[in-house]
Design a protein around this ligand. Structure first.
Ligand SMILES: [Fe+2]
Length: 136
């Protein structure tokens, strides 16, 4: 059973970005399932590889939209992206220097916070601005 099920309440009002945010939910659920199945370390390595790829592409996509629309809160938002990217890199470095199972629980909490604080907070705030600029 997935830890988090996507609901329309999580939508930021831009279809392409919602699809990308769903990928983050999938990574979170994959890690949760891996822990439940007793395969935390194997799945954690895969999830972090996916997360590094995801972070680079997804944040670039949002930041391109900030630039093309002149989004006024882009500086603060990019700082959050830089902080999240730094955390992903730090977690990956720790995994490579010998993972412990506790790291997988830490990453579940990290991704939940990302979903509920960044996506449901800062990301939701750009929705009306993007919509007003024709991005839906
Ligand atoms: Fe964002």
């Amino acid at each position: 059973m997935p830890l988090i099920s996507w609901s329309d309440k999580m939508s930021v009002g831009v279809a392409a970005l919602d699809e990308e945010h769903k990928q983050l939910v999938e990574l979170l659920n994959a890690l949760h399932d891996g822990i439940q199945a007793g395969r935390a370390i194997d799945v954690l390595a895969q999830v972090l590889d996916g997360l590094v790829f995801y972070t680079a592409n997804h944040f670039r996509h949002e930041e391109e939209l900030f630039a093309s629309t002149g989004y006024p809160a882009s500086c603060e938002h990019k700082l959050e992206h830089d902080h999240l990217t730094g955390q992903v890199m730090e977690i990956q470095a720790r995994l490579q220097s010998g993972a412990q199972e506790t790291l997988s629980y830490e990453v579940v909490n990290f991704l939940k916070n990302w979903l509920f604080n960044h996506i449901q907070g800062s990301d939701k705030r750009y929705g009306p601005f993007f919509n007003a600029n024709g991005i839906k």
